[in-house]
Structures are given as structure tokens and as C-alpha cells.
Design a protein around this ligand. Structure first.
Ligand SMILES: NC(=O)C1=CN([C@@H]2O[C@H](COP(=O)(O)OP(=O)(O)OC[C@H]3O[C@@H](n4cnc5c(N)ncnc54)[C@H](OP(=O)(O)O)[C@@H]3O)[C@@H](O)[C@H]2O)C=CC1
Ligand SMILES: O=C(CO)COP(=O)(O)O
Length: 337
């Protein structure tokens, strides 16, 4: 039986704690919020974030980081991306040489433009850092609905070990060595999902959504490949797969925040209403900066940035996207003469 520490008791940390416990692990879950620890310990349900999903008595909740980390076979880092570095700093003294940490959050640090695994490695150099990503809303994983994800690690044995620990008959896990591609796909799809939500909120239809998804994955792939990710990854579960679910799902926090903005709410009003982390908001500026750094054109992501941070109206952003300079769909397939 593996001993697992989960850092973060939001919807994703809680759903993965349930999954790992179902698979036979002994699970301890940490939250920085003592009220959340009390509520989860006593009510055995995350009333706001996973209502109706019962949590067995043998999952332990605590606000003690040391207890969550020490003597665990592996750790799951499930805090929102803006807290990845601070949480890594907090647990670093208790992490043993070679202890596995699986990051399951999705984001890019705005100041350093680093992925989440790179931030964990900065703060906990002794850790063996892996990632888990793919189309996987906590609300569905918590209910045991069939879901397929990918574990990424630079070490084959770590990926295979984690694959066995997470996998069961409703949660299939593939492995991959492309950690960077997985993380970029997960972070950037949230920005495109904000655009898809905005389009829904403005009353646009399925044609618009399909176009955003298709041109969105083109942007994600262009940037991701320029940064060193693999094309296959962006065509897979953690790329197009996660982009589709986030742009389309009623559970998506990013799509919902975008929807509210498309209906006229400000970014802050939308985030307050969603009441869970809207990661795309934190990744947008980083994505624009990465586009500039790598000389990659990101028209949808840049328009999302203008709507979020430069007071541009969604209507104007759509007009500007529609009337961009005419061009072929694929430059490489242009006629020779
Ligand atoms: N939800 C999902 O379906 C999925 C989410 N993810 C990713 O997982 C990550 C976590 O998302 P999710 O669980 O939905 O987030 P939630 O908004 O549900 O929960 C966030 C958690 O972080 C806690 N928190 C607040 N402040 C801090 C802090 N300073 N340090 C550490 N933790 C803090 C919150 O506590 P408090 O209650 O006090 O705010 C809460 O427990 C995100 O990156 C998300 O993109 C990935 C796949 C699926
Ligand atoms: O990453 C997710 C599903 O795979 C969750 O997306 P949201 O944060 O938009 O809900």
C-alpha cells in the first residue's frame, strides 16, 4: 500500500485523493486553510467544490505540511499555480532525496515564465518531479466517470510507477517523456478556453467554438514546439484533448469565467462568481511574453490578453481577429508559384 500526501484540498486535490484511496493508497491531504480542513474532516464532503461526493473516514485532512510529506512514497501537488512556489518552499525541508512529487496543476509563472515542474525543481532540487495532465474535470473523476490522462516524467521508471498507482478501470493513464509539452498544453489551453467562454457568453455558436479550438491548438502547438515540446503531445490528450474538454465542458472554470465576461462582467466579477481558481487569467500574460520571446504569433491569446488586462471589448477583439490580414491556413502548404 502506497502512502501518499496530497498538497491542496480544492476540487482536484480532493478528487485525486479519493481516486488514490480507491486504488488502495493511504492518503493524507493538506490544506493551508484550517476551516477547509475542519469542514472536510467533519462533514466528509467538499460541500462547495465536489457536492454529493462522499469522502471515506480513512482519508486524513491536516494543515500540517510536515505530517503530509514525511514518510510518503509520493506527493501530489494540487495547489493553484500561483501557490506552487510558496507551497514548494514550505514542504522543501521535509522532502527526502528522490521523493516523487507529481504536479497536477496547470500554469506558467508570470515573473519567470517557468513551468510548474521547473518551479518545484528550483525549490526542491532533491525531488523527482513528474506531472499528470489531460482532459479530467474533478467533478467527473470524483463521480468515477471514465477519464484518460497522461503521466509525464523524465524517468521511465517513475512514469511507470505512477501509472500503476493512479490507474484503475475508470481512470486510464498513459505515460510520456515530454514533460514540457504536457505542461505547456495544460497551461495554454486555459487561455483559449477563456476565449471560448467569452464567445459563448456573447451568444456565438458552434462554428465559432470549433474555429477557436482548431486555431487555438495551432497557437499552442506553434509556441510549444518552438519551446521544445513535441508535436505529438499537442495532438494528444494533454493538448487537443484537454483543450476540447475545457472549451466545451459545463464544469470548466475557465470557460465559465469567459462566459461571464462575454455577458459583460469584468474579469474580477467573473473570478469572484466562479469561486475556484481560473488559471487562464494567470497564464495569459506569461503566454504573451513567451510568444514574444520565441517570436511566435499568438493572435487569439493576444486578444484574450487585451480583453482581460487592456479593457478591450470582446466584440472589438472578435472583429480584430476576423479581419486580420488574409492568409493561407497552413503556410507550409502554400502554392509554389
Ligand atoms: N478542478 C479541476 O477539475 C482540475 C483542476 N486542475 C488544476 O489543479 C489546480 C488546482 O485546481 P482546483 O483544485 O480546481 O482549485 P480550487 O480553486 O478548487 O482549490 C484551490 C485550493 O488551493 C487552496 N489555496 C488557497 N490559497 C492557497 C495558498 N496560499 N497556498 C496553497 N493553497 C492555497 C484553496 O484554499 P481556499 O479554499 O482557502 O481558497 C483550495 O484548497 C489548478 O492548477 C487547476 O488548473 C487540473 C485538472 C482538473
Ligand atoms: O484542466 C481542467 C480539465 O482538464 C480543468 O479546467 P478548468 O480549470 O477550466 O475547470
Amino acid at each position: 500500500m502506497a502512502k501518499v500526501g496530497v498538497l491542496g484540498a480544492g476540487s482536484w486535490g480532493t478528487a485525486l485523493a479519493l481516486l488514490l484511496r480507491e486504488n488502495g493508497s493511504e492518503v493524507t491531504v493538506w490544506s493551508i486553510n484550517e476551516d477547509e480542513v475542519k469542514m472536510l474532516s467533519e462533514q466528509r464532503e467538499h460541500v462547495q467544490k465536489l457536492p454529493g461526493v462522499k469522502i471515506p473516514e480513512d482519508i486524513r485532512f491536516t494543515s500540517d505540511a510536515k505530517e503530509t510529506v514525511e514518510d510518503k512514497d509520493f506527493l501530489v501537488m494540487a495547489v493553484p499555480s500561483v501557490f506552487t512556489r510558496s507551497t514548494s518552499k514550505l514542504i522543501a525541508p521535509y522532502v527526502k532525496e528522490g521523493q516523487i512529487i507529481v504536479d497536477v496543476a496547470k500554469g506558467i509563472e508570470e515573473t519567470s515564465l517557468k513551468t510548474l515542474s521547473a518551479q518545484i525543481e528550483d525549490e526542491i532540487p532533491q525531488a523527482d518531479v513528474a506531472v499528470l495532465s489531460g482532459p479530467s474535470h474533478a467533478e467527473e473523476v470524483g463521480r468515477g466517470l471514465p477519464t484518460i490522462v497522461v503521466i509525464g516524467s523524465s524517468k521511465k521508471e517513475t512514469a511507470i510507477y505512477l501509472q500503476k498507482e493512479f490507474m484503475n478501470k475508470v481512470f486510464r493513464v498513459y505515460t510520456s517523456s515530454d514533460v514540457l509539452g504536457i505542461e505547456l498544453g495544460g497551461a495554454l489551453k486555459n487561455v483559449i478556453a477563456l476565449a471560448a467562454g467569452i464567445a459563448d457568453g456573447m451568444g456565438y455558436g458552434d462554428n465559432t467554438k470549433a474555429a477557436l479550438i482548431t486555431r487555438g491548438i495551432a497557437e499552442i502547438s506553434r509556441l510549444g514546439i518552438a519551446m521544445g515540446g513535441r508535436a505529438e503531445t499537442f495532438n494528444g490528450l494533454t493538448g487537443i484533448g484537454d483543450l476540447i474538454v475545457t472549451c466545451a465542458s459545463v464544469h470548466s472554470r475557465n470557460r465559465k469565467a469567459g462566459y461571464l465576461m462575454g455577458q459583460g462582467k469584468t474579469m474580477q466579477e467573473a473570478m469572484d462568481e466562479v469561486q475556484m481558481v481560473v488559471e487562464g487569467v494567470y497564464s495569459t500574460k506569461a503566454a504573451v511574453a513567451l510568444g514574444k520571446k520565441y517570436g511566435v504569433s499568438l493572435p487569439i491569446i493576444e486578444e484574450v490578453n487585451s480583453v482581460l488586462f487592456e479593457d478591450k471589448s470582446p466584440k472589438q477583439a472578435v472583429n480584430d481577429l476576423m479581419l486580420r490580414e488574409e492568409r493561407p491556413e497552413h503556410i507550409a502548404m502554400e502554392w509554389e508559384s
